[in-house]
Design a binder for this molecule. Structure first.
Ligand code: XMP
Length: 326
């Protein structure tokens, strides 16, 4: 059997019992592979890397070193949740790096979306590399590669923009979920006790909120993206749309319009809401959100988010609009 090919008779993991059997098998395999050595993992807090972390913690405990890089473009509460779940609850060896200033300084004045992606991806690798170089006795690198990554790319976790570590590292790879589909990774994550909002979370692009704060990123507009996104997520969760709508988020374009508040003229940004459904992200349809909910979210954003004077809904399917705005 080829190493990266899912056997035709491999059972789909759909139940907790099947997930537990998978977990036990992987824990044994990883213990044999790793022995007493150390393993490094870039832990983003996304489903795949979180499940890999939880599996490795179960298998080798503190021999795993997780590195969580906060590039300043994460959603509200994400870095805190990674620390809470992995360091506080699972007692993992977690290095947390707040690299916000470093990323935002590099991105200052850069408006081209692909240039922004390159900077974010490249800087991420450099921050991770610097940490890896401080740790001298690490033999393995764990990765949250899943089966679609293997099918769609050349077997390397497709981060769109992130290259790889320099070749002199020569790590051996540990990829325990590489033959699983996303829905199976979620079942395994649930069986490992990870929180629902980690296991069932919507896709989030590597460059994070950076591609939703269009054009050149500024800290105040980025804050408006983060706060409006948090309100949207909270309201979707309260109203039974979390887990039902495939991807939903806000965008703050680099554009101002006039408004009025308390008799004073404003010159502020709009917040655009996007909520779409898709199977494979190649095409997408727009979610039909109840009008009352939209007006409620609008009113919350206008009252709670600084620098915003309009809320718009993006009715564009893909094609011809992409899901993200950049
Ligand atoms: P588009 O905007 O191309 O997005 O319709 C399709 C899906 O891909 C995600 N996306 C990205 N994910 N790095 C990522 O990891 C990126 O640079 C990136 N750009 C888009 C997007 O969120 C959607 O789910």
């Amino acid at each position: 059997m080829e190493k990266n090919v899912r056997p035709a008779d491999m059972q789909r993991i759909t139940t907790e019992a099947l997930a537990n059997a998978f977990i036990e098998e992987q824990v044994n395999l990883m213990r044999n592979q790793i022995g007493n050595n150390k393993v490094l993992l870039a832990l983003s807090g996304g489903v795949d890397s979180s499940v890999v972390a939880a599996l490795l913690i179960k298998a080798i405990g503190k021999q795993l070193i997780c590195v969580h890089v906060n590039h300043g473009l994460l959603r509200k509460g994400e870095p805190e949740q990674v620390i809470e779940v992995f360091r506080n609850q699972m007692d993992a060896n977690l290095i947390y790096i707040d690299a916000t200033d470093r990323f935002l300084d590099k991105l200052a004045g850069v408006a081209d979306p692909e240039e922004k992606r390159k900077i974010i991806g490249g800087e991420f690798i450099r921050v991770f590399e610097e940490e890896a170089r401080k740790l001298t006795d690490v033999k393995f690198l764990a990765q949250g590669t899943i089966y679609p990554d293997i099918l769609e790319s050349d077997g390397v976790k497709a981060h769109h923009n992130v290259g790889g570590l320099p070749e002199d590292f020569d790590f051996e790879l540990v990829e325990p979920v590489k033959l699983l589909f996303k829905d199976e990774v979620r079942v395994v994550g649930k069986a490992l006790g990870l929180p629902d909002n980690m296991v069932y979370r919507q896709p989030f692009p590597g460059p994070g909120l950076g591609v939703r704060c269009t054009g050149a990123i500024t800290r105040d507009r980025l804050e408006a993206v983060r706060e409006s996104d948090a309100i949207l997520r909270e309201e979707f969760a309260k109203n039974g749309l979390q887990g039902k709508v495939w991807q939903y988020f806000t965008i703050v374009p680099d554009y101002r319009s006039t408004g009025v508040r308390d008799g004073k003229r404003l010159w502020d940004w709009p917040v655009v809401i996007r909520a779409v459904n898709t199977k494979d992200a190649m095409s997408a349809t727009v979610e039909n959100i109840p009008f009352e909910l939209m007006t409620h979210i609008t009113s919350r954003i206008l009252n709670e988010v600084k620098g915003v004077n309009r809320v718009l809904y993006d009715f564009t399917p893909k094609p011809c609009g992409t899901i993200e705005w950049e």
